[in-house]
Ligand binder design. Structure first.
Ligand code: NAP
Length: 451
């Protein structure tokens, strides 16, 4: 049996690598899932025969296109746009749009693949997709960002729709970008429908969508802590990133009585041993969202904080770590430093921030470790709730949405515990999330035949 499982994993990964050259992030995401599911799949001839996982690792459709636009100097700029429509077995494709210089097809395939499992975990009827561009919004004027978004949607509009594919935000895409894309979509299609989520509150957005991923990550961590009769109260928390997810994760941690001591961006980290208070967090929100500044400026404003140029925040002593920036931002060495400094709970606000070596350290040391596809599912869950509100032409209150978000995160945690607890009683949330997310999609694919 053990041999059969290892052979299945080896053959599966050899197939993935030969069909998808030079896509390391995609291999990493697929490998993690295959490792969790292989023991179950080799025991289920129906899944083997119908090649369910093989089909799940092949996008239903990939759209790749030229995005030409004029910058403020009147110069022509050309970027590349993508939409990966990974799986629509349980609902319309759903997943964010990322604008970052590093975006390529392999990164979007990893994100779209993870999204399929995550969306299934929320228990809402959403398939998985992801899109984006190598456009770098940093340093661009509002006018340039608008022109880029309009050109991007001029092509993408024909491939998306409220019952087909519903994009949202991700790195580099927040309320401003979603609004520009929605406006252009509406103009080209001559319709007002909920084709984007993360819209402004005045035009169909859901209360709490901006907060949802960060809040949801903390709710998930709270559930993990409860399994050890523990809570955020009095705990020191290290957070990476300083964008949407990081900011609202910090807000919820502070609300629950924890002390946040770090933030970061792609240039470095700040460490504030006195703690980032609500007032300091408001400054970070203004700095990052309104004036689009760098986290370094925090240490200039608050001299009690240190700025660690070019360094990640993981050397800060903490009880709980919430990686909320980007993929592979926490490696094996970082994980070792974290656990040696006493960290015993890691919940991922970002997608795949921990490398396989880091995850091994967490599992070997049996600390609480919540992978992104479970821990950060609150964002897409509230996007699903935004779709429901749009279809019903009504808007719930923030309290109603928060209650639904909270209960979805509690449910996801429960399913992970159910499917991820090993013989020793340790909860392997990676297995729990992969197995739980897989079932519903696999059943739907089996029922729908060879499509
Ligand atoms: P965001 O608002 O654009 O913020 C991203 C943050 O991460 C920024 O502080 C950014 O720093 C930092 N960052 C980006 N690339 C980096 C790199 N290569 N190295 C170090 N730092 C980097 O994006 P976000 O929406 O918070 O997304 C953060 C993570 O959460 C991503 O993994 C995303 O896929 C995941 N996620 C987001 C949502 C959502 O609802 N937004 C939902 C689920 C998962 P700079 O300013 O220097 O770029």
């Amino acid at each position: 049996m053990k041999n059969q499982v290892s052979r299945y994993i080896e053959d599966f990964m050899a197939g993935i690598q030969s069909r998808n050259p030079a896509e390391p992030e995609f291999y990493q995401a697929v490998h993690e899932v295959v490792e969790s599911l292989a023991p179950f799949i080799v025991e289920n001839p129906v899944l083997m025969k119908n090649k369910i996982l093989e089909r799940m690792a092949e996008p239903e459709r990939v759209i790749m296109f030229r995005v030409p636009w004029l910058d403020d100097r009147g110069e022509v700029q050309i970027n590349r746009g993508f939409r990966v429509q990974m799986n629509s077995a349980i609902g319309p494709y759903k997943g964010g749009i990322r604008f970052h210089a590093s975006v390529n097809l392999g990164i979007l395939k990893f994100l779209a693949f993870e999204q399929v499992f995550k969306n299934s975990l929320t228990s809402l009827p959403m398939g998985g997709g992801k899109g984006g561009s190598d456009f770098n919004p940093k340093g661009k004027s509002d006018n340039e960002v608008m022109k880029f978004c309009q050109s991007f949607i001029t092509e993408l509009h024909r491939h998306i729709g409220p019952n087909l594919d519903v994009p949202a935000g991700d790195i580099g895409v927040g309320g401003r970008e979603v609004a520009y894309m929605f406006g252009q979509y509406k103009r080209l299609r001559n319709e007002f429908t909920g084709t984007f989520t993360g819209k402004g509150l005045d035009f169909g957005g859901s209360p709490l969508r901006p907060e949802a991923t960060g809040f949801g990550t903390v709710y998930f961590a709270q559930e993990m802590l409860k399994t050890r009769n523990d809570s955020f109260k009095g705990k020191t928390v290290a957070i990476s990133g300083s964008g949407n997810v990081a900011q609202y994760a910090a807000q919820k941690v502070i609300e629950l009585g924890g002390t946040v001591v770090t933030f970061s961006d792609s240039n470095g980290s700040i460490y504030d041993p006195k703690g980032i208070t609500t007032e300091k967090l408001e400054y970070v929100m203004m700095l990052k969202n309104a004036i689009r500044g760098r986290i370094k400026e925090y240490a200039e404003k608050y001299p009690e904080a240190e700025y660690w140029e070019g360094s990640r925040p993981w050397k800060a002593k903490c009880d709980i770590a919430l990686p909320c920036a980007t993929q592979n931002e926490l490696n094996g060495d970082d994980a070792q430093v974290l656990v040696e400094n006493g960290c015993y709970c890691v919940a991922e606000g970002a997608n795949m921030p921990s490398t396989p070596e880091a995850i091994k350290v967490f599992h070997d040391r049996k600390i609480l470790y919540g992978p992104g596809k479970a821990a950060n599912a609150g964002g897409v869950a509230v996007s699903g709730l935004e779709m429901s509100q749009n279809s019903m032409r009504l808007q719930w209150t923030p309290e109603e949405v928060d209650a639904k978000l909270h209960s979805i995160m509690i449910n996801i945690h429960e399913t992970c515990v159910k499917n991820g607890t090993d013989a020793s009683g340790y909860v392997n949330y990676v297995n729990g999330a992969n197995i739980s997310g897989f079932h519903k999609v696999a059943n739907a694919m089996l029922a729908q035949g060879l499509v």
